[in-house]
Ligand binder design. Structure first.
Ligand SMILES: O=C(O)c1ccccc1N[C@@H]1O[C@H](COP(=O)(O)O)[C@@H](O)[C@H]1O
Length: 200
């Protein structure tokens, strides 16, 4: 999310969480001030997630001292010691195009969950790339599926992996960083539909 309006729109459509990218090369990267305004606009019970990709510890500390993030999401080669040092719960993202989810799961027993994304390890997320949902996955952690999800394929991802959650960025955008109200609502409705259908 890059604006309070988009964040509130997603929350009102039923999103459990919204993501804020703190990775400057990204077209979705927000400033600390922007992020603080977005988080302040959120209704209660909606989780604010901060995304980092191999940021240094000072940068993470600076952000969390000014933005009330509920969860950190690390997309790079951050070590368990690095991820755990901020006193926040975290998700460890894995680039599934060549990444080893079993090794990451083993290395990050403290992670609140694993976020499986479709890009190669080391590349930024938000690329809209999906991975092979049929492959065996570690059962040690709650799984969030990301990468290339859209209204027309999220049901298949949910039915194949039966994850704890799904995460969608580019698939519900009209342009990078700008969410499309109609696509966001349709995506969340589809997730709720498949959840009811699956009896979860
Ligand atoms: O969106 C970005 O620019 C980004 C940059 C650095 C790390 C992660 C990023 N995005 C996250 O990637 C996943 C999947 O996105 P998509 O649905 O395939 O577009 C999601 O968590 C994004 O927030």
């Amino acid at each position: 999310m890059t604006t309070p309006e988009d964040a509130v729109m997603a929350a009102e459509a039923g999103a459990d969480a919204i993501g804020l990218v703190f990775h400057p090369p990204s077209r979705r990267c927000v400033t600390v001030d922007q992020a603080a305004r977005i988080v302040a606009s959120l209704p209660p019970m909606v989780t604010a997630v901060g995304l980092f990709l191999d940021a240094d510890a000072e940068r993470v500390r600076d952000v969390i001292s000014q933005v009330a993030l509920d969860l950190l999401q690390f997309h790079g080669s951050e070590t368990p010691g690095f991820c755990e040092r901020f006193g926040h719960r975290y998700l460890k993202a894995i680039g599934m195009a060549g990444g080893d989810p079993w090794a990451v799961a083993r290395d990050h027993p403290q992670a609140a969950g694993l976020l499986l994304d479709g890009h190669p390890p080391g590349a930024a997320g938000g690329s809209g790339e999906a991975f092979d949902w049929g492959q065996p996955l570690p059962g040690s952690h709650r799984i969030i599926v990301a990468g290339g999800l859209r209204v027309d394929n999220v049901a298949q991802a949910v039915q194949t992996i039966r994850p704890w959650g799904v995460d969608c960025s580019s698939g519900v955008e009209s342009s990078p960083g700008i969410k499309d109200r109609r696509l966001v609502a349709a995506f969340i409705e589809e997730v709720h539909r498949v959840q009811r259908y699956s009896g979860d």
